[in-house]
Design a protein around this ligand. Structure first.
Ligand SMILES: NC(=O)c1ccc[n+]([C@@H]2O[C@H](COP(=O)([O-])OP(=O)(O)OC[C@H]3O[C@@H](n4cnc5c(N)ncnc54)[C@H](OP(=O)(O)O)[C@@H]3O)[C@@H](O)[C@H]2O)c1
Length: 297
């Protein structure tokens, strides 16, 4: 069977660091599944300070998986993020140490500002802390998440280093092409979160008909589209079968006319996650869940 790329392909960031294009998102995922993903070939693990389960902390689960997977540390690319409540220079440096301890790692591959929180307007100081960590060699690359071009422009004007990555909601129905074009023009790697739109990818008649043409599933069309657009992607699943299905997206190539059709599926209404202009949540995920549970009672 002909192969068109591999699930272990990497992209090269603006500073020369190689980042695996296909990653694994770990919200609510426990150590055995994370370890399974690494041992089955995924080498890019995405976590964050606010990813928590009922009993455990997401970064700790990732740290244990890396420790237990049997691979050298340098074979796994680890991303974590500074949460909203830690914006600010000193606060970010402190938060980084907490993350590093939870992950049991000497260095982090990619450190991101999770959300810009424009209402607080502290992301410039936060970014300066990321620059310090980068210069000290504690992180191999730095970037942002949920940043619109206007906020990156401020970093460009007021700081020294341009983000190397922008992690955004990005899937067939919400491709953020304006952000993508801006990132491409500025040498910033786009990374797609919620790449499966939480499974909604399967509901589209157009995606179904393209999937039928190639003898693949809708999920595989969604993965392949991002791969061919040279966007990194970090699907999440509690199920091994789904990850194996996503990995089986490298024996076909979408023709340009189908890429064009898929590009046209994106609309302003396609967003499923939070709007970065208004998302200023300070509570971490564990606190948000506890609050939701308390409100149900
Ligand atoms: N930077 C940010 O602000 C931000 C925000 C959100 C997420 N993220 C990162 O991105 C990762 C992925 O995001 P995501 O979880 O939204 O991604 P996703 O891969 O689009 O959605 C995953 C969810 O969809 C479900 N799903 C997938 N295919 C399905 C199907 N065919 N039918 C029914 N359910 C299906 C999965 O359930 P199963 O477990 O049953 O497979 C899982 O709960 C996260 O883990 C996190 O690391 C970052």
């Amino acid at each position: 069977m002909a192969q068109y790329g591999s699930f272990q392909d990497t992209v090269t960031l603006s500073n020369g660091v190689k980042m695996p294009q296909f990653g694994f998102g770990t919200v609510f995922i426990r150590e055995p599944m994370i370890r399974w993903a690494i041992q089955n070939g995924l080498r890019n693990i995405d976590t964050a300070t606010d990813y928590a389960n009922d009993e455990t902390i997401g970064e700790e689960e990732v740290g244990m998986a890396i420790k237990n997977c049997g691979l050298p540390r340098e074979d796994v690319f680890v991303t974590t993020k500074v949460w909203n409540s830690s914006h600010g220079y000193e606060e970010t440096l402190k938060a980084f140490e907490v993350s590093r301890k939870a992950l049991q790692l000497d260095y982090i591959d990619l450190y991101l500002i999770h959300w810009p929180c424009p209402l607080y307007d502290k992301y410039i100081d936060t970014w300066k802390a990321l620059e310090k960590l980068y210069k000290e060699g504690l992180v191999r690359a730095i970037g942002v998440s949920n940043f619109m071009p206007e906020w990156i422009e401020r970093i460009k004007n007021e700081c020294e280093i341009l983000p190397m990555v922008n992690q955004m909601e990005c899937h067939l129905f919400y491709q953020q092409r304006d952000v993508l074009e801006y990132c491409r023009a500025n040498g910033i790697q786009m990374e797609a979160y919620s790449p499966m739109a939480h499974g909604k990818i399967n509901d589209s008649f157009l995606v179904q008909s393209i999937a039928k043409k190639y003898g693949k599933t809708c999920s595989q069309i969604a993965i392949r589209f991002l791969y061919q657009e040279k966007i990194c992607f970090i699907p999440r699943s509690t199920k091994e079968s789904r990850i194996l299905e996503y990995m089986d997206s490298f024996d076909f190539c979408l023709e340009e006319e189908d890429m064009q059709i898929l590009r046209s599926l994106s609309t302003a209404k396609g967003r499923i996650g939070e709007d970065p202009y208004v998302f200023n949540e300070l509570k971490n995920l564990k606190e948000q869940i506890a609050e939701r549970e308390a409100n149900k009672k």
